[in-house]
Design a binder for this molecule. Sequence first.
Ligand code: NAI
Length: 335
Amino acid sequence: MTQKTHQITLIPGDGIGPEVSEAVVRIIAATGVKIDWHRHDAGLIAFQKTGHTLPEELLASVRTNKVALKGPVTTPVGEGFTSVNVGLRQALDLYSNLRPVINLPGVASRFQNVDLVIVRENTEDLYAGLEHVVVKGVVESLKIITEVASTRIAEFAFQYARRYGRKKVTAIHKANIMKLSDGLFIECTRNVSKKYPEIAYEERIVDAACMQFVMVPERFDVLVLPNLYGDIVSDLCAGLVGGLGVVPGANLGVEYAVFEAVHGSAPDIAGQNLANPTALLQSALMMLRHIDEAPAADRIMTALCKVLVDGHTRTRDLGGSATTTTFTDAVIAAL
Ligand code: NAI
């Protein structure tokens, strides 16, 4: 039987994106899984070539292939074009941002018993991009929370919990202040929770939850959050298990799946062969499982853990001096 060749869109991104993407492509190739990568630029690089930061050909490619692997894309702070990442999630209705946060063997961190899953609503909230100047010196940003989006993200969180034998879902909010918007969010999560009596449900106010994350992270299981809190809490939780270099993610919708790490384009280390590809690699493992290539994902995970536990080849963020390339070579050698 001839082996299937998967058609997958690759968005290398910018900053450290091309470096970590290349590392992941090499590691997957070494397993023998066959992938035709359809490469597409996004952000500033795409704008310089096509006049668009999120070119139509990129969206068409993901719509055709259904699956993409994506490196980070820089968003200018306080000026310039709007976020390509947010635009992509909205254009493809990738409503759920799934980010498992778990200790990796051999990676030192403040806690050794973290095993939680972030389910971040990905399409609305303050990320709807509706901002305007009311009069000079006064701006308004609209926080959009809908019953439809809040209910479907809650359904996703509980379905995930049920499928993977998770015990508890915690909804994170600030409904004491934003009584209508966050109030609607937890009204929806609460309603959905009633359909899953075997899964415990609780609500936490975001500020108090943040304190608990850095004191007793082991008491959390599945988290469901509106977009902004989900973004912030994702980086916080990455810090619990060794940093942004190791935490993966997936943007999932009904039709499409775009796998990308939690981290950004890391301009401070871009182009220096210093980035840790582990986060994007683990996102790619989620992708391999999604396309029914679980054995290859398992092999890569075993090799990755071997290299991390051995400890001789670690990137700088994990206290070592390996480059992106030498780390990648070590994982391939361990396969
Ligand atoms: P960042 O995540 O790029 O970097 C934060 C810190 O973590 C930096 O010190 C960086 O060197 C380190 N870091 C991140 N990834 C690493 C890796 N793989 N290996 C080793 N160290 C790593 O966050 P920052 O600096 O706030 O954002 C930079 C740009 O990235 C911004 O334009 C932001 O909008 C964009 N961004 C894009 C995302 C995406 O494409 N999904 C997600 C987050 C930010």
